[in-house]
Design a protein around this ligand. Structure first.
Ligand code: E4P
Length: 220
């Protein structure tokens, strides 16, 4: 399973990249806007930090403009994956860009039917938004499981990128469901490391070692 960070913040990406477990980055207009630089510039800086697939989203709403924007984004770096929304125009743009050899991540997927459209259009990734479905009372992880099953039925090459993950449980359940990628905020990646018994065990090891090899000086 590949781990992506869902952020455009360079400090967060440097921190995640240092662990050696980072396979790529997803950005969206909200995340890019938060950093305050033009998208081309921000994506170029991200490509300097992370050697993996970097999703950059088009802002246009009609297919022709999406294709034009997608070509510009793809030309920034060989690792750029163009993100298109799951609309009629987004699917049309995905078909065109994919035929040109430009990889597309189809985003804002909330149903298995939408995921089928993305696969048929030749998308490289489909991004089901787990957390946002949970937010409205649906079972987001069920969507991931269903898409994985459907894609397996037909041998679609589109990779399932579980997105909008909000907790370590979401990451583990995505792995169980067979998602190819989990994208998560740095906060969630940090949480994957945590277990109180790891901290407790390490503390005990250090104390036992110190008792023998580094005893506290005796008081006079
Ligand atoms: C994925 O590509 C999206 O940027 C992201 O996962 C959305 O997550 P959110 O619902 O937490 O904003």
């Amino acid at each position: 399973m590949k781990f992506f960070l869902d952020t455009a913040n360079l400090d967060e990406l440097k921190r995640g990249a240092a662990w050696g477990i980072l396979d790529g980055v997803t950005t969206n207009p909200t995340l890019i806007a938060r950093e305050g630089r033009p998208i081309e510039e921000q994506i170029r800086l991200i490509c300097d930090i992370v050697d993996g697939d970097i999703s950059a989203e088009v802002m246009a709403l009609d297919a022709a403009a999406m294709v034009k924007e997608g070509r510009v984004l793809a030309a920034i770096h060989k690792n750029v994956v163009v993100k298109c929304p799951l609309t009629r125009d987004g699917i049309e743009a995905t078909s065109i860009l994919s035929k040109e050899g430009i990889r597309v991540n189809v985003t804002l997927c909330f149903s298995p039917a939408q995921a089928l459209l993305a696969a048929k259009a030749g998308a490289h990734y489909i991004s089901p938004f787990v957390g946002r479905l949970d937010d409205v009372g649906s079972d987001g992880m069920d969507l991931v499981r269903t898409i994985v099953a459907i894609y397996q039925n037909y041998g679609f090459g589109t990779q399932v990128l579980a997105a909008s993950l909000r907790s370590p449980t979401h990451v583990v359940e995505s792995a169980l469901a067979g998602a190819d990628v989990a994208t998560m905020p740095l906060k969630v990646m940090e949480m994957l490391f945590e277990h109180p018994l790891t901290d407790k065990g390490l503390d005990q090891f250090l104390k036992d070692w110190a008792k023998v090899f580094n005893p506290a000086p005796k008081s006079r």
